[in-house]
Design a binder for this molecule. Structure first.
Ligand code: DGT
Length: 139
């Protein structure tokens, strides 16, 4: 095994994202102007804080971003992507139950998108990696 101590390693960010379904539609949010990946649609979610459990992080993000109290379901799949020197690992969770009506508290818009429309949306590259799997779930 290679010795890692003393070697510079690229940073990784762990991210959680929610797959929220309504029949054959999925909830997407439009990333706001001025931030990273502005103008791209994404699944609601965000970074896991240090020491935070992934499910707890996703419930927190959904409260902050959509003002809903969500019950986090199963871990469905994961993907990695790199933005320059930084890697992200995204864990996608099923979210079938929540209290409240999702509101765009963080995104410039939110939208229930039909499975036939998803591939036409400008999506983050990390989401494109898992598009087939998302569409399969909605069928
Ligand atoms: P940032 O990236 O520093 O502008 O901060 P935030 O607060 O806009 O980003 P946040 O907390 O949503 O972190 C998620 C990171 O993962 C962000 O760099 C964008 C990236 N990402 C790629 N695909 C997705 C996705 O489907 N959903 C979410 N929530 N983030 C994604």
């Amino acid at each position: 095994m290679k010795k890692l101590i003393g070697k510079k390693r690229n940073p990784w960010l762990p991210v959680v994202a929610a797959i929220m379904r309504r029949e054959k539609n999925i909830l997407l949010g439009l990333r706001p102007e001025g931030g990273s990946l502005a103008g791209l649609w994404e699944l609601p979610g965000g970074k896991i804080e240090l020491g935070e459990q992934p499910e707890r992080a996703l419930a927190r993000e959904l409260k902050e971003e959509l003002n809903i109290d969500a019950e986090i379901g199963h871990l469905l799949f994961a993907t990695t992507h790199s933005y320059g020197e930084i890697g992200i690992l995204i864990l996608f969770y099923e979210v079938n139950y929540w209290h409240g009506q999702p509101q765009p508290e963080h995104h410039s818009n939110i939208k229930w998108v039909h499975l036939d429309e998803i591939s036409n949306m400008p999506l983050s590259d990390a989401n494109r990696n898992v598009l087939d799997r998302i569409i399969k779930l909605l069928k």
